[in-house]
Design a protein around this ligand. Structure first.
Ligand code: GAL
Length: 742
């Protein structure tokens, strides 16, 4: 009852302020050394990241409502330049990219927004959010003191700010946006760039501030953020952080609630006890704004995942899971934390703490609100021993590595290590939807050379050719083999081919026959394919299908990194030694023929003759298109495709891309947790020996009741007949008594 009335009051307050702002008085957001100040009031602000393109508009309101119910004040999102401006001057703000609708939904629910415009966002997003065409602007160099880059960045930033102003979305206009971010984690890059880095930082700040939004600007991980821009912290812990000026508040823009997954990597989880401890520790040191990165991670639909090798799922072990369901105990434990924090809000923003030692590892931070009221945080920093402490003549038990919150300096209302909620039992259960009768079409690789429109002497960098219009680029050449070569007569020489790639994967075909594949990893994109070459006397066709698995999103001048076959491409074992094919004539085909024919969509699917595959008709196991129709499952539970029987590729439903899939198995140190210095586990790694991602989110709103088209492009070989549509269900036990896991 109490929480309902508090939340009703807050909503009332929000709408009253909105009314006043738009009608009677000027609204404002400022800051002082203690906090962000909204309409004259210092606030403790609890924020969570939800990225609008990582879910569907149909999901937004529910996600934001759940965030509000979880105790959040603010929704934080990046703005993703590459989805909004797919080609210069052509803008897209429709569907999942409807930024204004997203912000208005947050406003409707009654929360604030932190708009992180970037426009560099990192975020495990393709190319860090930059449009690929930007790379081809003459004389450009990204994120430095470079005229063409600054002009483009300013143009996009202005466009977004103007859009927000037109819709009256800044809090200074009565809207929900209380903060904006320019750039993202530029500090480390700036250090590497030296003077150019510093002048770019100053330019970016001045440019942003000059846009006159009426709300403060933030730069995260940028110690040199010039006034009035606030520098903020990102990390698993931020209690060590102080802003670069004594008159700025202490903000934590990314409190990492978990971590992202890579194809080939384990599932990473962050225990909620540790996350809650990190947050409480940040607040007791004087922090007043923190944002969970992510609060809902969502899905990298289409080819939006960066990396390379970031999975389609961006679940992030966040309090709301990829499918929009509550993850327990994370969600409720943080909600309990938020309630306790809000009870201390007045004291926290009114005073600096008095720190009292309670033992070797134990401390009290005491805040007084000046009206005789006080709040205290009691901490035990020992990583594995609990403690019994005396504070104001009372005894308190503190589990190891925990903080208790006493909003009245007496009652322990919350301890970061005492969790009253059980762990969600997640099940992927069969649905009643049967995928009917698969039909197949083999990607045509017999006429590649004839259909190719690009030829060159030597190897072309992949993005130069594709401009990222597809993941795929064919490199095609031919080689003449003399009948006198001894390997043809079973000589001692064994013929082999080696192919050097800058990333991310290659499938090798000779005379239409598949020889094998090779893959890079997120840590080491470049790799060499080595395999026996089945050449014959006369002319042989070599066709290399190079595959990008998401463009890099982080790293020094990542826009200059190469993708695709860079050579050398060598034949080994000929009578005169090796033959270098690198500089001979190559032909290129951008994308797959099936992509060009739009086989993925209901409009283009009939442009070829599909066949029902049987053992007799199977042909090439690689590079196959499969299609089938299915009816929507009943019920309301979120849906996923179980692609455990497949290899690697992409999948579409009714023409919408579900994303890339790959059943590569997770490797690494699994079933273990990392320790950071004296800190407790920040990351636990799970799932080794299983595919990094087996299930792929299918938004319900993408389905019709009947006759839904599913198209799969499979690179390696798999069994589509075993693909199934499953429902995700979650069961959690909530006990009234807290349970200390120490
Ligand atoms: C941060 C970055 C975010 C995201 C995160 C890791 O450094 O600012 O955009 O990439 O790392 O998930």
């Amino acid at each position: 009852m109490e929480t309902i009335s508090v939340s009703k009051l807050l909503t009332l307050y929000f709408f009253t302020v909105l009314f006043l702002c738009s009608n009677l008085i000027q609204c404002s957001v400022t800051y002082d050394r203690k906090a962000i100040v909204i309409n004259g009031q210092r606030r403790i602000l609890i924020s969570g990241s939800i990225h609008y393109p990582r879910s569907t508009p149909e999901m937004w309101e529910d996600l934001i409502e759940k965030a509000k119910h979880g105790g959040l004040d603010v929704i934080d999102t990046y703005v993703f330049w590459n989805v909004h401006e797919p080609s210069p001057g052509n803008y897209n703000f429709e569907g999942r990219y409807n930024l204004v609708r997203f912000i208005k939904t947050v406003q409707k629910v009654g929360l604030y927004v932190h708009l992180r415009i970037g426009p560099y966002v990192c975020a495990e997003w393709n190319f860090g959010g930059f449009p690929v065409w930007l790379k081809y602007v003459p004389d450009i160099s990204f994120r430095t003191d470079n005229g063409p880059f600054k002009a483009a960045m300013q143009g996009f930033t202005q466009k977004i700010v103007q859009m927000m102003k037109n819709e009256k979305l800044f809090q200074s206009q009565g809207g929900p946006i209380i903060l904006s971010q320019i750039e993202n984690e530029f500090g480390p890059v700036s250090k590497a760039l030296g003077a150019a880095g510093l002048s770019y930082t100053n330019w970016a700040a001045k440019m942003a501030v000059g846009l006159g939004t009426g709300v403060p600007w933030v730069m995260c991980k940028e110690d040199d953020a010039p006034d009035p821009v606030i520098n903020a912290c990102n990390g698993f812990y931020c209690d060590y952080f102080t802003p670069n000026k004594p008159y700025k508040p202490t903000l934590w823009t990314e409190a990492w609630s978990g971590w992202f997954t890579e194809f080939g990597g384990p599932i990473v989880q962050r225990p909620v006890e540790d996350l809650a401890f990190a947050v409480a520790r940040f607040l007791q040191k004087g922090g007043s704004y923190f944002n969970y990165y992510m609060y809902h991670g969502g899905t990298n639909f289409g080819r939006s995942a960066g990396g390379p090798f970031i999975t389609t799922s961006y679940d992030y072990d966040a309090p709301i899971d990829e499918y929009g369901l509550l993850r327990q105990p994370k969600y409720t434990h943080l909600k309990d934390l938020h309630r306790a924090i809000k009870q201390c809000e007045h004291a926290l923003v009114s005073s600096d703490p008095t720190v009292i030692s309670l033992g070797t590892y134990e401390q009290a931070h005491v805040f007084s609100s000046g009206t005789g009221k006080c709040a205290a945080f009691l901490a035990n920093y020992h990583s594995n021993s609990s403690a019994s402490v005396t504070f104001n003549n009372r005894h308190y038990d503190l589990p190891a590595w925990s903080i208790s919150i006493l909003p009245d300096c007496v009652t322990d209302v919350f301890n970061t290590a005492r969790v009253r909620v059980g762990t969600s039992q997640i099940r992927m259960v069969p649905s009643n939807s049967k995928v009917l009768s698969w039909e197949t079409y083999n990607e045509d690789i017999s006429s590649l050379e004839e259909s190719s429109k690009i030829t060159a002497s030597g190897l072309i960098e992949q993005l130069n050719a594709t401009r990222d219009s597809s993941d795929y680029l064919w490199y095609i050449t031919s080689v003449d083999i003399s009948p006198s070569e001894s390997f043809l007569r079973g000589g001692l020489n064994k013929l082999s081919i080696s192919v050097n790639s800058a990333g991310d994967a290659v499938h090798v075909f000779i005379n239409g026959q598949f020889l094998g594949s090779a893959f890079g990893t997120n840590e080491q994109r470049s790799f060499t394919f080595n395999g026996p070459a089945n050449l014959r006397a006369g002319t042989n066709k070599i066709a290399l299908l190079s595959v990008a698995v998401g463009l890099p999103n982080v790293g020094f001048h990542f826009e200059t990194w190469k993708t695709g076959i860079i050579g050398p491409v060598l034949l080994h074992g000929l009578d005169h030694g090796q033959k270098d094919l690198t500089w001979q004539k190559w032909s290129y085909q951008v994308g797959l023929k099936g992509e060009a024919m739009n086989l993925v969509s209901p409009n283009g699917v009939s442009s070829v003759d599909w066949f029902i595959e049987s053992l007799a008709t199977q042909g090439q196991p690689q590079l196959k298109w499969h299609k089938a129709y299915f009816n929507a499952p009943d019920g309301v539970e979120p849906l996923a495709l179980d692609l455990g029987s497949m290899g690697k590729g992409q999948v579409w439903i009714n023409g919408q891309s579900i994303g890339r899939y790959w059943m590569v198995y997770a490797k690494g140190a699994c079933n273990s947790c990392n320790y950071a210095g004296t800190y407790r586990p920040v990351k636990c790694q799970l799932g080794c020996g299983n595919p990094s991602q087996r299930w792929y989110h299918v938004p319900r709103s993408w389905l019709k009741p009947t006759n839904n088209l599913m198209v799969v492009f499979e690179e390696l070989g798999g069994n589509p007949w075993k693909i199934s549509l499953v429902k995700r269900t979650i069961h959690t036990q909530i006990s009234s008594e807290p349970n200390t896991k120490n």
